[in-house]
Design a protein around this ligand. Structure first.
Ligand SMILES: Cc1cc2nc3c(=O)[nH]c(=O)nc-3n(C[C@H](O)[C@H](O)[C@H](O)COP(=O)(O)OP(=O)(O)OC[C@H]3O[C@@H](n4cnc5c(N)ncnc54)[C@H](O)[C@@H]3O)c2cc1C
Length: 341
């Protein structure tokens, strides 16, 4: 197993935050994972590709980055069950599926990160969520020291949420994800930019268009370090929605059910006057206000300071408290934003 002590993490988080850990392990399988777990006495942060992680302090606990690789398929006639190890790269999986005629995740192209992290926040984009195609998740439970199979319904998926961020947080590791994918392509074109004719479009066309849209809208973390959407889109109740839409008739919104509406956090930040706002070496992106950029390789606490300004301004302007989508990690491990302020 690859292991280092100490280890610098600046190139292992897409926000480019300088941080280092006392011990770093890259187990290639469950047996190696158990050795790493024992070596750091259960006190570690589980890292994937670091595209949804903010290291708040310059020190972190030990880091375990599972590098389990491999895929296998089971044919079910019209469908295939594709089981993928947690260390595989998400976008490479999307291109593999499109090339092999396994359909359902093409709209999720170019989302950075590992397969193991994808169920944690139920990744989603362009009208598709991971939960649409998850069949089961293999979970190594630390207390029981055994792998448990979680069915789709056990995972408690909702918008950017799952059981892995809640009841099961820090209690185990996702070792594999099994997807149920169709062998027949049905395009999901509900997102505005995907204006194809349903009959003539291929999965490769949809994937390519998604890539083009993403590249035109989102800053590339290798050039402008960022973690994608820093905040979740807030969900408000009918009364608050009615008051806002009366004042801002062009406000983007999505009706969730009879009583709740999802609003666009980026629009709220922009309307609060913070698009392009800079604070020392960090700032709100000039084109997409939902993305915070670490322009000058600043430490994580500077990004917390910026995020706090954004949250306060949106709260003052709209009476809406934004919730970070990014996971916060301090010198002790996973924490919440409020504990860092
Ligand atoms: C430019 C950009 C665009 C993005 N666009 C989107 C988007 O469109 N939609 C979207 O949903 N997200 C998006 N994201 C966020 C990010 O890509 C996802 O959250 C992704 O799933 C994170 O994967 P990761 O491996 O980098 O996770 P990390 O940041 O390494 O970890 C994230 C969380 O998962 C946990 N974790 C990691 N591996 C495992 C495992 N094997 N078992 C259990 N827990 C684990 C970690 O402990 C942590 O809590 C974007 C990010 C960037 C930088």
């Amino acid at each position: 197993m690859q292991s280092f002590q100490p280890f610098t993490l600046s190139e292992h988080n897409t926000l480019g935050v300088p941080a280092s850990c006392p011990q770093y392990f890259e187990p290639a399988n469950l047996e190696e994972f158990k050795l790493a777990y024992a070596a750091c006495q259960g006190n570690f942060y589980l890292l994937g590709e670091g595209s949804n992680t903010l290291f708040v302090d310059t020190d972190t606990p030990a880091i375990i980055r599972p590098r389990f690789l491999g895929k296998s398929t089971r044919d079910l006639g019209d469908y295939v069950l594709l089981t993928v190890s947690c260390g595989e790269n998400w976008h490479q999986l999307v291109t593999y599926c499109v090339a092999n005629g396994y359909y359902g995740i093409e709209n999720l192209a170019l989302i950075p990160g590992s397969v193991g992290a994808a169920p944690v926040q139920n990744i989603g984009a362009y009208g598709v969520e991971l939960s649409d195609v998850v069949h089961a998740v293999s979970w190594f439970d630390f207390a029981q020291q055994k792998v448990i199979e979680l069915e789709h319904s056990d995972c408690q998926f909702s918008y950017r949420e799952s059981i892995f961020k809640n009841t099961l947080q820090s209690k185990g590791v996702i070792t594999q994800v099994t997807f149920k994918l169709s062998k027949t392509f049905t395009a999901k074109l509900s997102y505005n930019g995907l204006n194809f004719e349903q009959d003539n479009v291929t999965a490769a066309d949809v994937m390519q268009r998604v890539i083009e849209i993403r590249e035109s809208k989102l800053p590339d973390p290798s050039k402008l370090p960022n973690a994608g959407s820093f905040f979740k889109n807030p969900i408000v109740e009918q009364a608050q929605y009615q008051a806002l839409i009366a004042k801002y008739p062009h406000m983007p919104s999505y009706k969730m059910n009879d009583n709740t509406y999802k609003l666009a956090a980026g629009w709220l930040i922009e309307k609060a006057g913070l698009k392009g706002f800079r604070l020392d070496g960090v700032g709100v992106h000039e084109k997409q206000a939902l993305v915070l950029i670490n322009y000058d390789g600043m430490a994580g606490n500077k990004i917390v300071e910026l995020a706090t300004i954004v949250m306060n301004k949106v709260d003052d302007s709209f009476n809406i408290l934004l919730e970070p989508e990014v996971r916060f990690v301090n010198h002790l491990g996973l924490t919440s934003m409020s504990e860092c302020q």
